[in-house]
Design a protein around this ligand. Structure first.
Ligand code: 5RP
Length: 224
């Protein structure tokens, strides 16, 4: 199977998971990226069953609205039973690196509200140790140089994502050369740097379910 076919398979599995587990009339959290786009397309036939969706980026909002999904402001929402999103890397503890698409902060906010985080990924995303994919860090523009110096002290090589501004009006530093032995501690440490909005480690709040696309089919992984 091609990588695109694996993405479509996990997206359909996620739509089936939502249909089985999210109550009618509830609000679905929707992530960002090419795998999340496949999920939006797979969820579209079910849109009348749900009150609407919360989007983790402007691109996702546009795609949802293109399918006729009402998109709600998170501040008007009390509960999100299920959030579905992709990842750039994920480990066996369901800690992730996210933010390849630059939507990490809004993704982390929606994930914080959601009861269940369902990660959808093709098999190439499952790794033993996080860090080969450069860690995205969203930074307030005036703090860019300071944050870059502090990230270098932590052992990484920060590279400014050229020509990119987040939906929040900020910059992204992609930190190369990391091997992250303790994702919870590293996520917390990076977020303590003044000027960091958040970083793309999702370990303090990991995924609850991983739907992993493999040549043998979609595997469902949970922790514990
Ligand atoms: C966007 C993300 C995406 O979930 C991540 O980059 C994976 O994207 P794709 O499904 O296109 O591989 O975190 O900010």
């Amino acid at each position: 199977m091609t990588q695109d076919e694996l993405k479509q398979a996990v997206a359909q599995a996620a739509a089936d998971y939502v249909a089985a587990n999210a109550p009618a009339g509830s609000i679905i959290g929707v992530g960002t990226g090419s795998t999340a786009n496949c999920f939006i397309d797979a969820l579209a036939p079910l849109k009348d069953r749900y009150r609407g969706a919360v989007a983790s980026s402007e691109a996702t909002r546009r795609r949802l609205e293109g399918h006729g999904f009402p998109v709600l402001d998170l501040n008007d929402v009390d509960a999100i039973p299920i959030y579905v999103d992709g990842a750039d890397e994920i480990n066996a503890a369901l800690h992730m690196i996210k933010g390849g698409g630059g939507a990490l902060t809004r993704e982390k906010i929606v994930a914080a509200v959601a009861t269940t985080f369902v990660c959808i990924a093709d098999g190439s995303k499952l790794v033993a140790t996080l860090g080969r994919f450069p860690l995205p860090v969203e930074v307030i523009p005036m703090a860019r140089a300071h944050v870059a110096r502090e990230l270098a002290k932590l052992g990484g090589t920060p590279v400014l994502r050229e020509g990119f501004v987040t939906d929040n009006g900020n910059l992204i530093l992609d930190v190369k050369g990391l091997s992250i032995a303790d994702p919870v501690a590293f996520e917390t440490r990076v977020n303590q740097i003044t000027g960091v909005v958040t970083n793309g480690l999702f370990a303090v709040r990991p995924a609850d379910v991983l739907l992993l696309g493999t040549a043998a089919g979609v595997r469902t992984l949970t922790v514990g």
